[in-house]
Design a protein around this ligand. Structure first.
Ligand SMILES: Nc1ncnc2c1ncn2[C@@H]1O[C@H](COP(=O)(O)OP(=O)(O)O)[C@@H](O)[C@H]1O
Ligand SMILES: [Mg+2]
Length: 333
């Protein structure tokens, strides 16, 4: 396949494999976008996005964080229950047993609206299980999961695609369509949920500017660096401004410098009011970020550490500067 220099590819007729990939991505994208008003209205009641949107009246999430000493667990029964309206994610004694493996073991935690939270733990500790439970790709074996106060077990199968549109998802391996440009990868995400051409014209340039991709509009994924590809996937996940963004090892394939750029972008998104949950085992990054950390070990929550002293608001510029500073010491709370 060649590029004719004008940004369009010669011979870009999709192959059977590409069409298969497009289908997979279309399904994946179902979980990244919000319903349009029309869809929401016509389809009964999906999870209304306004339920998930940050409330102006909500007490600052940062003022309500708890610190649980390292190495302790929060028993489900005794965990203080924060004001339900403030919580966007709430796991109560959630277990997920796979055949022969424990995915989650009595995990209890909650995340407030507008928080930026790291989910850490070694490989196999249950991070992706949390993410997959949140998008209802998996069902818990026991326990209750609420998102914006809504018990996920009460959402009927056929309503799940609508629910998922409230959640943006970013993966380690980007999952971009190889035969579509940057612009079209993002536009496609709007198309699959019924976005109009007007929507696309209005939203795509905006999100590409926010993610620093305006000059790469006509590039194909294989003409981009790993960091740029991850930016496209974040643009795609965020184009509809979902109230909750999940990123599962978003910097897993990137070098440290590029990882900082990606974290800066996720931080910028968080500052727009979107709650961000990032699974990672990049301990150095987590130490520098000074955000709340939830740690899993063999499916159990073993640490819930507040951002504490470092909770003050930072501009994204200050944030990036601090992350790059070699003298930065890990947060001690
Ligand atoms: N589909 C599955 N079938 C069986 N076991 C699984 C499946 N998915 C995950 N597991 C197991 O559950 C545990 C947690 O996995 P996972 O949530 O993927 O952890 P992490 O994302 O932290 O690496 C691991 O022991 C893993 O092997
Ligand atoms: Mg994982």
């Amino acid at each position: 396949m060649t590029n004719n220099g004008s940004g369009r590819r010669v011979g870009a007729e999709p192959s059977r494999a590409d069409r298969g990939r497009a289908r997979t991505v279309a399904i994946t994208l179902q979980i990244t976008l919000q319903p349009t008003v029309a869809e929401g209205a016509s389809a009964g009641r999906p999870l209304p996005s306004e339920h998930l949107m940050p409330s102006q009246n909500t007490t600052s999430a940062r003022s309500r964080r708890r610190v649980i000493a390292s190495g302790t667990r929060t028993p489900a029964a005794s965990a203080p229950s924060r004001a339900a309206g403030a919580q966007i994610v709430d796991f109560r004694a959630v277990s997920k047993l796979y055949t022969g493996d424990v995915g989650l073991d009595q995990a209890t935690f909650s995340v407030d609206r507008e928080e930026f939270v790291f989910l850490v733990g070694s490989t196999g500790s249950g991070k992706s299980t949390v993410m997959r439970l949140l998008i209802k790709e998996l069902e818990p074996t026991s326990g209750t999961i609420r998102v914006a106060g809504r018990d996920l077990s009460q959402i009927a199968r056929k309503r799940v695609p609508y629910y998922r549109r409230n959640i943006g998802v970013v993966f380690q391996d980007f999952k971009l369509l190889p035969n579509r440009t940057v612009h079209d990868n993002v536009a496609y995400a709007l198309q699959v949920t019924g976005g109009s051409r007007k929507d696309i014209r209005a939203k795509v340039p905006d999100i590409l500017r926010l993610t620093g991709l305006s000059t790469k509009l006509h590039n194909y994924p294989d003409q981009l660096s790993g960091g740029e590809q991850q930016r496209v996937s974040i643009a795609r996940a965020f184009v509809n401004h979902p109230p909750l963004l999940l990123a599962d090892e978003p910097t897993g394939n990137l070098d440290p410098e590029t990882s900082i750029d990606i974290m800066r972008l996720l931080y910028r998104i968080n500052r727009t009011g979107t709650t961000v949950l990032v699974a990672t085992h990049d301990q150095a990054m987590v130490d520098k970020m000074r955000r709340r950390v939830l740690e899993l070990s063999r499916g159990r929550i073993v640490r819930d550490e507040a951002a504490g002293l470092y909770a003050r608001d930072e501009s994204t510029r200050e944030f990036a500067h601090r992350l790059r500073s070699p003298s930065e010491r890990p947060a001690s709370v």
